[in-house]
Design a protein around this ligand. Structure first.
Ligand SMILES: *Cc1c(COP(=O)(O)O)cnc(C)c1O
Length: 492
């Protein structure tokens, strides 16, 4: 016979719950104090030292949760990247809304699982409500539907997976889920621009088609897919007896923020018998902006759309969605499990449309955000952010030590040190100087900026997301980069 035990303080129990309340209060206090007392994006602790300190944590002796919270704060929180800092400006990595963080608290404590209604009664209806809101916002029509995902990668994979299965079903009544890839799989092609996201290639490889099934179309000077080239590419593939089945349009490329001519791309795809997928991980948020939503015109025609909430929707990681125009296409994912989603269940089981089984209740974050912040306010964030980005770009134009690489389209600024500073450095050495500049700023904890390549050239990048920034925040940042660059040049 088992004896009673006193393990209950390990769990967030029902009833009186001092251990839980104390732990949460202590954690919140630690975070408050960190946020109040930190003035750098990163502590500046040497990476080797940080690794050593983390590896030195000894798991053989348990400590009280109180001690663990304290030591986690010292070692982990204080050496974390502070996404709220004005000089954390590298990636599509957002400072989260308070509404999203408190939603996480509910999500964690309630621990609903989105696969079946009996594990997520209210949560299932919340996710469906958010999906319906999105379908309406993007005007995808009465047969549209969607599902929350872990982000853009999973959304793109799902969109292309549905495209593959839809194509095989239409072409030869082939059921990929049942029978695997069709015999013509080697000939199947996905088409996208040469500025589209690497997850298109990654999806192709996961789908068993191989990266070589992805055919790139060149972009115009604005970074948009060249629609004439797109048509020519499709025609040429067909002439070679190949099978283009999906076209990916970009609504916001990661570096330039370029938005393809969505209407033109979808029209071409449709006429060619292809599925059209819009990767809106970055730019689809503009749909909430009265000033900029016209740039997404045509998104409503797409067969599938990826939306990423942990980027411009300011949600905590992870949070995304895939929307599709015709919900019948979710059927290709459907698998009935006796224990979970029986055929003929009256109540909805969201696992029917997901590639995940156990799944987080991330929809609550958007639900609380929509109520507490609202669509209109989010849209105003974007209007401000895009304007601010233009102002930051002109700061680079006006500074003789920098050159602006292109006019910003969304909220990224691509820049280099001016050729004036190259001196006798070779192009390779000058590129290395840029890399060194970025790394010096990062490891000292002064600023986190990004590095990428544009037309083969190494460039530095700001990605603006935080609408609370002011133009004055950039004066000190740019001055810091400038000083560091000049110092590095001197010391060479
Ligand atoms: C970020 C991004 C992705 C990948 O999304 P994750 O949320 O990081 O998985 C895909 N496409 C574009 C354009 C992106 O910016």
């Amino acid at each position: 016979m088992t004896q009673g035990n006193n393990w209950s303080h390990y769990f967030a129990q029902l009833g009186e719950n001092q251990a839980f309340e104390q732990a949460i209060a202590q954690t919140q206090q630690a975070i408050n104090s960190l946020f109040k007392n930190t003035d750098k994006p990163y502590s500046g602790l040497e990476p080797a030292l940080l690794k050593q300190q983390i590896n030195a944590v000894d798991f053989s002796q348990p400590a009280s949760l109180q001690e663990v919270i304290e030591s986690t704060n010292e070692l982990i929180a204080k050496n974390s990247l502070l996404v709220q800092h004005p000089h954390t400006i590298a990636h599509l990595h957002t400072p989260p809304l308070i509404a999203s963080i408190v939603a996480e608290h509910f999500i964690a404590a309630l621990n609903q699982s989105m696969d079946s209604w009996d594990q997520a009664p209210a949560a299932t209806f919340v996710e469906q409500q958010m999906v319906d809101w999105l379908c309406k916002t993007y005007q995808l029509g009465e047969h549209s539907d969607g599902v929350f995902t872990s982000g853009g990668t999973q959304s793109n994979l799902m969109g292309l997976l549905l495209a593959r299965d839809w194509f095989a079903a239409n072409r030869s009544q082939h059921d990929v889920q049942q029978d695997g890839l069709p015999e013509y799989a080697q000939k199947m092609r996905i088409i996208c621009s040469d500025k589209s996201h690497f997850t298109v290639q990654k999806s192709a490889s996961l789908m068993g088609l191989g990266e070589r099934s992805v055919v790139l179309v060149k972009t115009n000077v604005q970074g948009q897919i060249d629609v004439q080239e797109l048509q020519l590419t499709i025609d040429a593939l067909k002439a070679q007896d190949l099978l283009p089945f999906a076209v990916v349009a970009m609504a916001g490329t990661t570096d330039h923020g370029a938005i393809d001519d969505l209407t033109a791309v979808v029209d071409i795809a449709r006429a060619a018998g292809c599925w059209s997928h819009v990767d809106g991980a970055y730019g689809a948020a503009l749909q909430l902006s009265q000033q900029h939503k016209s740039r997404l015109k045509g998104i409503e025609l797409a067969d599938s759309v990826s939306v990423d909430f942990h980027k411009l929707f300011y949600q905590t990681i992870s949070c995304g969605a895939l929307l599709i125009k015709n919900k019948a296409n979710f059927n290709t994912l459907l698998h009935h499990a006796d224990y979970l989603n029986r055929e003929g269940d009256e109540l909805p089981n969201l696992v029917d449309k997901s590639i995940a089984t156990t799944k987080r209740f991330d929809a609550l974050k958007m639900f609380m955000t929509l109520k507490a912040v609202g669509e209109k306010q989010l849209g105003e964030f974007y209007d401000y952010l895009l304007l601010l980005t233009q102002e930051v770009a002109s700061k680079f134009e006006q500074n003789k030590h920098f050159e602006l690489c292109c006019t910003p389209l969304l909220s990224t600024v691509l820049f280099r040190l001016s050729p004036l500073l190259q001196g006798d450095l070779s192009d390779t050495e000058f590129n290395q100087l840029h890399q060194q500049l970025r790394l010096t700023m990062l490891t000292s904890g002064e600023a986190v900026i990004a590095e990428t390549k544009v037309d083969g050239k190494l460039v530095l990048k700001f990605t603006l997301l935080n609408p609370c920034l002011r133009i004055s925040d950039f004066d000190s940042l740019i001055a810091k980069i400038e000083d560091t660059a000049l110092r590095l040049i001197k010391s060479r």
